[in-house]
Design a protein around this ligand. Structure first.
Ligand code: SF4
Length: 886
């Protein structure tokens, strides 16, 4: 048999297709050697060692099957079964129980001992909405404990007691819901006997159909096998062969996709003449006719630039491409934008300026090899949980960690250095670090500077002003800490950077990303494995929606609309003349609507009436439109201002592709039928175009849409649906069909040629605390919900968190006379809302923190529409507010 250095006999056997029985072993976990079922005989060696702990050696003669081995295994199995319930026919693990399989394999027919499960009197723990734990079925193989430690890295489970009295406990022997368990499901998936049991699977029975697809929550892009039965989703099993999640998932991907079956789903097209009227259900033909007439009359009366589209970072690449094509080719305007505008548009701008490409430079697997991670303005443990676990595992192997965040997050607590900066001072922080690196001559060598970069001298001049003491005055991070962080980053063999919306959602977010990217350039930490600048994308297809040209100034893969050659190639393919001037961003569409200059909006899979700052102003803008078409799976907040509601299919009811935050294009595949008359997004857009007399697809095959856009986009030409059948999918750029895809960008040269040092001047945030509004509010996400909560609030996740809480430092609360759990008024010049106070030493004194998942709380109505000066990405992370008694 073939094996590799360091493998155990069990691993070699598994890879060579030889089955050795085991209960405690799992391909996803480190060897444990407790069940003793995987015993083997080795020629020339006494005894029967366990194969899962025996290293494989060259020339070893191993016997995995003999009468002696099967007798021993039968005896061991008998002991397990003697303490296990014998209710196999009604057990949900029936047919999927490893103990049952092994009992059959060893030929166990009798049990000579008393059959009384040790924990028969321990009540089943049903505290968690997604799974239960029945201690009486547990065989204490410890796979759940090790999954929690080695995969999820939360350490919520342990073994209490010894010998016959040992049992699995959560936390300090509390119900699962009261422990640190984050409900990722890794323990459920490892349990060999159904002691840990998926509650939905329990009620449905085993799935009879499986379809590989991609998670539709965050931008990590985990792959799953969706198990269905009778047209219903039964379970989402994380894919072990995916390089993205390697068989792991978070609570949302694993358990929260059942929203697709919620009774609130939109099932029929609906129209109304005016928002004062009630909606009435109509046929698709009537809905298309209504939209087509209003779009045409708006275009005739006010011109094409009075119309726009907002596509979705939640929907597929194919939809985003077709949405852009619809607006540009059918209506004749570049007023095309998507909801990435309010999250990572500043990343695109900042990285484009420095590297010439606005996409993550490296891959998630680089976290496994890097020496140091600089995590800025992100809390992956909540926002990108599978990546959060990967970081935790890397930390265990000794990876260094610097965290830059105003909040003392879980990630910050486990860091070597926490740069707890004042909100809105990112530019100063990274320039201060660059100052130290240049001063101490820690930058990359001259060859790198001379051959790979430009504008080093103006950069040096700019950062020369940002001494550690000035940086401390601006950021409040002690000068010594800034110096230590700079030295740690610059001296690492390979230093990798990840960042989130704490970098981008600022009045100078783009400049913050430029400063961070320039730091990587300065130290040569780009273009190599384990380095680079890697934005953690919030929604599942933030990367793809922008790649598809659903932006007002670019076509696919950021090809400028102002470039005549680019326009010519699209004009030739689309058969129309295209507008040469960039269109409006969607905040500009709202501004223009308020001024009576913008009249019709087609909104697909976005809910700006809830998610955008100063949302009463956004709602005013929407209510002034002559036509608002909302295409979604639920009646979202924005639907209240719509004239047309179009029922869309969910990701489980659709075909297409998403692109995750590491540029990996991955398939989603239809697993179930959409409810009622709901249709896939791309079908709706293409049918509407046809209704308007301008067909925009050549066939009813979604792969043809990909082929068309790939033919227009040099970096995508090597990607096809056929190639996407591989579990690893492909990371763009892949310029030819024989190109393997790109896991590390900018290896030989940057997309713009030379890396461009950019040192924008530090400018204070637009929002400043004042006497009337003395607190700075920062908003962010919680593990158990997702953006506007439209999906997650319609699942068991509401049992974990059912309202947005306002976090305040206990010293501020004491000064103001507030206690934990008090209802207070959060006030700004825009609005006042009531919120429940949660005291937490994790927030800085003078700061507040909250999430924005619950529209009834209305957090976004308090926020200002202040935005990044270059991209209009809102300044969600710095908001001046006051706290008043409720
Ligand atoms: Fe889905 Fe993101 Fe969770 Fe992965 S980490 S399962 S992509 S929500």
């Amino acid at each position: 048999m073939l094996g590799r250095q360091g493998q155990t006999v069990m691993e070699v056997a598994r890879e060579n297709g030889v089955s050795i029985p085991s209960l405690c072993d799992s391909p996803h976990l480190k060897s444990f050697g407790s069940c003793r079922l995987c015993i083997i005989e080795i020629d020339g060696q006494a005894g029967t060692p366990s194969s899962c702990t025996t290293p494989a050696r060259e020339g070893m003669d191993v016997n995995t099957t003999s009468d002696r081995l099967w007798n021993l295994r039968r005896g061991i199995t008998e002991l397990y079964v003697s303490e296990h319930p014998l209710d196999c026919l009604t057990c949900t693990a029936n047919g999927d129980c490893e103990l049952q399989d092994i009992a059959g394999e060893v030929g166990l027919r009798d049990i000579r001992f008393d059959n009384t499960p040790d924990c028969a009197d321990v009540p089943i723990d049903r505290s968690n909405p997604f799974f239960s734990f029945d201690a009486s079925k547990c065989i204490v193989c410890s796979r759940c404990v090790r999954a929690c430690d080695d995969i999820q890295a939360t350490h919520a489970l342990s073994i209490d007691g010894r010998g016959f009295f040992s049992r699995i406990i959560a936390g300090a022997d509390v119900p699962f819901m009261a422990s640190d368990c984050v409900s990722c499901g890794a323990c459920v998936d490892e349990c060999p006997v159904g002691a840990l049991e998926d509650t939905v699977e329990r009620s449905f029975g085993a799935s009879d159909s499986w379809v590989r697809t991609t998670c539709a929550f965050c931008g990590v892009g985990c792959q799953f096998d969706a198990g269905t039965k009778g047209g219903k989703l039964v379970t989402m099993k994380p894919a072990a062969d995916s390089p993205v999640n390697q068989g792991h998932s978070c609570v949302k991907g694993r358990f929260a996709s059942a929203y697709v079956h919620h009774s609130d789903r939109l099932k029929s097209p609906m129209i109304r003449d005016s928002t004062d009227d009630e909606f009435r259900e109509v046929s698709w033909d009537e809905a298309y006719s209504f939209i087509a007439q209003r779009l045409q009359s708006t275009k005739d009366q006010y011109g094409p630039d009075s119309i726009g589209i907002i596509t979705s970072s939640r929907s597929t690449n194919e939809l985003n491409y077709l949405g852009s094509k619809f607006m540009r080719a059918v209506i004749g305007t570049n007023n095309v934008d998507n909801c990435a505008r309010v999250c990572h548009s500043a990343t695109v701008k900042g990285m484009m300026t420095v590297f010439g490409a606005g996409a993550g430079t490296n891959s998630l697997e680089d976290i496994d090899v890097t020496d140091l991670l600089l995590a800025s303005g992100c809390n992956p443990i909540h926002g990108h949980p599978v990546t959060g676990s990967r970081i935790r595992r890397a930390r265990k192997r000794g990876m260094g960690l610097i965290v830059a965040d105003p909040k003392d997050t879980e990630m910050a607590k486990m860091a070597d250095i926490h740069l707890q900066l004042r909100p809105g001072t990112n530019v100063a922080l990274y320039q201060g670090m660059a100052h130290v690196i240049i001063r101490d001559k820690l930058q990359a060598n001259d060859e790198w500077m001379n051959t790979r970069t430009e504008n080093l001298e103006p950069f040096k001049e700019m950062v020369s002003e940002m001494t550690p003491s000035i940086c401390e005055q601006i950021t409040t991070v002690p000068a010594a800490t800034i110096e230590a962080a700079a030295r740690l980053y610059a001296s690492a063999g390979a230093a990798m950077s990840v960042h989130g919306l704490g970098m981008t959602e600022h009045s100078h977010g783009s400049e913050g990303v430029m400063a961070l990217s320039s730091l990587a350039l300065l130290t040569g930490n780009v273009g190599k494995p384990g380095t680079g600048i890697n934005p953690l994308r919030g929604q599942n297809n933030v990367q793809g929606s922008c790649d598809m040209g659903a932006l007002p100034n670019v076509l696919t893969n950021y090809q400028p609309v102002t470039d005549t050659k680019v326009r010519e190639s699209f004009q030739e393919s689309w058969g129309v003349k295209l507008a040469a001037e960039p269109g409006l961003t969607y905040p500009e569409m709202i501004d223009n609507s308020l001024e009576g200059k913008f009249h019709a909006l087609y909104m697909i899979g976005s809910d700006i009436a809830h998610t955008d700052p100063d949302n009463t102003r956004v709602q005013d803008g929407l209510s002034k439109l002559d036509l608002l078409v909302v295409q979604d799976i639920f009646h979202c907040e924005s639907a209240n201002y719509a004239h047309v509601l179009l029922p869309a299919a969910s990701f489980l009811e659709s075909d297409g592709t998403y692109t995750n935050g590491e540029r990996r294009v991955q398939r989603i595949r239809k697993a179930i039928e959409a409810p009622g008359q709901a249709k896939q997004d791309w079908i709706i857009v293409s049918e509407l175009a046809e209704y308007m007399g301008h067909p925009i697809i050549s066939s009813n095959n979604v792969s043809d849409i990909w082929d068309e856009l790939a033919s227009l986009t040099p970096n995508f030409r090597g990607i096809s649906y056929a190639r996407l059948e591989s579990a690893e999918a492909i990371q763009w750029p892949a310029p030819s069909i024989d190109h393997p895809g790109t896991n590390v960008m900018h290896k030989e040269e940057f997309s713009r040629g030379l890396g461009n040092f950019s040192a924008p001047e530090f400018i204070e945030p637009n929002e400043q605390a004042s006497e009337d509004y003395p607190f700075i509010l920062v908003t962010g996400r919680n593990l158990f919900h997702y953006n506007s909560g439209t999906q997650t609030r319609r699942t068991g996740l509401s049992e974990f968190l059912n309202t947005d809480l306002l976090e305040m430092h206990p010293k501020d609360a004491a000064r103001l006379g507030f206690s934990d759990g008090d209802e207070v008024m959060l006030a700004s010049p825009r609005n006042k809302i009531k919120m429940i106070l949660k005291l937490s030493e994790d927030v800085r004194i003078g700061n507040l923190f909250t999430t924005f998942h619950f529209p009834e709380v209305g957090v976004n109505s308090v926020l200002s529409s202040s935005a990044d000066n270059l991209t209009k990405c809102p300044e969600y992370k710095v908001q001046a507010v006051a706290i008043l008694p409720a």
